[in-house]
Write a protein that binds this ligand. Structure first.
Ligand code: ADP
Ligand code: MG
Length: 700
């Protein structure tokens, strides 16, 4: 037996359980021993029978002195009853419909049982206790700390403990350590052998915890190594060095109708400095909605263009692309450059000679111009990388001299899609990713560790604060009246329906939206026009609704949490969120960012019927803070990292997700990876593990 032994070939498992385990994703021996408990129950203390109290859970050990099985008359149940005795007293045990017990147990057996003690017919009784025979010296389930696994039908924790125990005993001595010894020593981690044993069969709760800590450290360590490797590999490539044209940048800055914020200036500097290097930039620009990322991107673009290279910008939706096209046009119109627009829709494409008017040209013409280098900045949707006919991603548009790739709302694209614009070129263009997802820095450094980070952590000054309120059921009618007034004044309203956390999440959510839409259209706002948006719509349908909403065809948009990112609806003044307590703070903050994009005072109404103090406090943070980073840090502490984009892709087990909450520990594992990475050659085993890890992390 070794790590790669197939699950059904492990002695004692057989084909039935082999199938069930495979259904849980456990295909090999390694998968099995890395299937970790979700919690522990402490059954290490065995009480004397006389000390057990009625209605309390207890664990006792005794000898079976009688055993019988009967069928009840009324309900036709098989009842097994046994009497066990220790040197202080006796207790009756009773099980229902478990006929096999007659074969498993016999009079004279010594067993440990656990369950709740009750009085039945004046005798002490435990009903349906868990039990274990104590023929061996060392128990697997009771009389110790017991591991409880995430269970699925047909595979109980009891079964898992039973199969894992002997395997660990057998292979323990053969398990090679996966972490370098100096890391284990320096960070006081449990060695792998011990950690594997302790995680399944802990000798104390402290050791169980330490085992978990070792494994989460290891996970974060590997993610960090993996990212460092990616970062190192891209930095080795050749890129076009784009000199910083200070005079030009100053001129563009001065032509803007506003002064850049300090944060915008700082991030722009970081980007421009990176682009001067002969190796590709790989940078993520992170900033709240409305923090002015586009302006930074446009400035970087003009610097690239004036150095005779081309720029391509990809955004996830057609409206966003058109929005960017307009912004670039306005910002750069006096600088005499050509901007092209390419979307997947129709076969019409525009090109703009910025000092002139928009000209409509065919796609072929646009592609031709791009290839000849006549288009300086090409802005588009996925159509930039998807070949229409084969629907395959790859290099599609040809450039003469591509210097800078910009990807907006990067989390909406897969890693491969992002890379498609960069790869297969003689010189790798610089990459600037942008995201409005605020995620705490400590996490971003881990999850996006292959990218360099630039953070815009301040908003332009003139912004009106969005008035945020927590609204209880009692105030609902009053708020509806308020909304009517806002609409009459020309404002538009978003209604976000509560998040549903169930198996049929999406179906349920759509039902809720439809119901809410019907109710609001008929009963509350019959005089207004409403539209509805949900995740089962195609992106074309969603795009159309957003476009119509922006063109004021509707007053109210009722939506699930799918409302598109980044889109400007300048007239939207009210964001009303139902069941707001069910969302994370960073998500609420994202919703709030949909309003307040125009000159009007805007409002964010957080509806909740929860009266819990904790919920009130959490939602209260929305009133107190405007910063997405601040709110996401709170989210991380209160709810863990599960709500953040980009984290799920790592497929981390729950305990490692939980470990990410701990900023200090996360940082330690990352530092350890940084120390080891330059000497990776010294650790052939670690290198191989890393390669296996790379294969296992399916990034899409
Ligand atoms: P986002 O970071 O969400 O992409 P945008 O770049 O779309 O933000 O900027 C939002 C709005 O703020 C735009 O209308 C833009 O013109 C404006 N803006 C950007 N920077 C500043 C600034 N420094 N001062 C004032 N307004 C700004
Ligand atoms: Mg934007």
């Amino acid at each position: 037996m070794n790590f790669s032994t197939k699950i059904e070939e492990i002695p004692g498992i057989g084909s039935v359980y082999g199938k069930r385990l495979k259904g849980m994703g456990i295909k090999t021996l390694a998968d099995l021993i890395y299937y970790f408990p979700r919690e522990y129950k402490d059954f290490s203390k065995i009480s004397k029978i006389k000390d057990v109290k009625i209605n309390e859970k207890a664990c006792v050990q005794g000898k079976i002195i009688s055993l019988e099985q009967q069928k009840t008359w009324v309900k036709k149940m098989i009842v097994t009853s046994a009497l066990i005795q220790d040197d202080t007293g006796a207790i009756e045990l009773i099980w229902f419909n478990q006929p096999y017990l007659n074969k498993v147990l016999k009079v004279g057996d010594e067993i440990i049982v656990a369950g709740k003690l009750a009085i039945q017919n004046r005798s002490l009784q435990i009903s349906s206790p868990i039990f274990e025979k104590t023929s061996s010296k060392e128990t697997t389930h009771l009389g110790r700390i017991m591991a409880i696994y995430p269970e699925t039908q047909g595979v109980s924790s009891r079964y898992l403990r039973w199969v894992i125990k002997p395997i660990i005993k057998i292979i323990k001595e053969k398990i090679p350590e996966t972490l370098p010894h100096e890391v284990i020593d320096k960070y006081d981690l449990l060695p792998l052998k011990e950690a594997l044993e302790q995680v399944h069969f802990p000798s104390s709760l402290e050791l169980a915890k330490k085992a978990e800590q070792r494994f989460s450290f290891e996970q974060i360590f590997f993610i960090s190594l993996f990212n460092l490797k990616k970062k190192y590999e891209i930095k080795k490539e050749q890129s076009i060095s784009i000199p910083l044209n200070k005079e030009l940048i100053e001129r563009v800055k001065n032509s803007l109708p506003f002064e850049l914020t300090k944060a915008q200036k700082k991030t722009l500097d970081e980007i421009l400095k990176d682009m001067e290097k002969p190796n590709p930039m790989n940078r993520l620009l992170q900033g709240d909605v409305g923090s002015g990322k586009t302006a930074v991107a446009a400035l970087a673009s003009i610097n690239a263009v004036k150095a005779k290279t081309q720029v391509v910008l990809m955004a996830p939706t057609e409206i966003l692309v058109k929005q960017h096209f307009k912004t670039f046009f306005q910002m750069l119109k006096t600088f005499n450059l050509n901007v092209g627009l390419l979307t997947g829709k129709e076969d019409k494409y525009y090109s703009k000679k910025l000092h002139n008017d928009t000209i409509e040209i065919s796609r072929n013409k646009l592609l031709e111009k791009t290839e000849k280098g006549e288009i300086d900045i090409l802005i588009g949707t996925q159509a930039l990388i998807v070949n229409d006919k084969k629907k395959k991603e790859g290099q599609k548009v040809k450039f003469k001299n591509l210097g800078l790739v910009i990807v907006d709302e990067q989390h909406r694209f897969g890693v491969k899609q992002r890379a498609a614009l960069q790869k297969n070129r003689e010189k790798i263009p610089h990459l600037l990713s942008m995201t409005a997802t605020p995620i705490p820095r400590s996490l971003a450094l881990t999850v996006w560790g292959d990218l360099d980070l630039s953070i815009i952590d301040e908003m332009p000054k003139n912004r009106k604060k969005i008035i945020t309120e927590i609204v209880s059921e009692k105030q609902r009618e009053k708020k509806y009246e308020f909304i009517k007034k806002e609409i009459t004044k020309g404002g538009q309203v978003f209604v976000v329906c509560p998040r549903i956390e169930s198996d049929e999440e999406e179906e349920e959510e759509i039902k809720t939206v439809k119901k809410e839409y019907d109710y609001l259209s008929k009963k509350v706002f019959p005089e207004f026009k409403l539209a509805m948006l949900h995740g089962k719509m195609t992106s074309k349908e969603k795009d159309k609704i957003m476009k119509d909403f922006r063109n004021k065809k509707y007053n109210i948009l009722v939506s699930t949490s799918v409302i598109e990112v980044g889109i400007d609806i300048p007239n939207a003044t009210v964001m009303m969120i139902e069941g707001s307590d069910r969302f994370g703070l960073s998500q609420l903050h994202q919703f709030r960012g949909r309003v307040g994009r125009g000159d009007q005072q805007s409002y964010c109404l957080l509806f909740t019927d929860s009266r819990s103090k904790k919920t009130r406090e959490r939602l209260g943070a929305m009133i107190k803070y405007d910063s997405g980073f601040k709110l996401s840090e709170m989210d991380l502490k209160l709810r863990g990292p599960g709500d953040f984009f980009g984290i799920r892709q790592w497929g981390l087990p729950d305990f490692a997700m939980n470990a990410l909450k701990d900023i200090k520990k996360t940082k330690m594992a990352r530092e350890a990876a940084e120390e080891i990475f330059p000497q990776l050659e010294k650790y052939p085993l670690l290198k191989r593990r890393l390669e296996a890890f790379e294969e296992k992390v399916h990034l899409e």
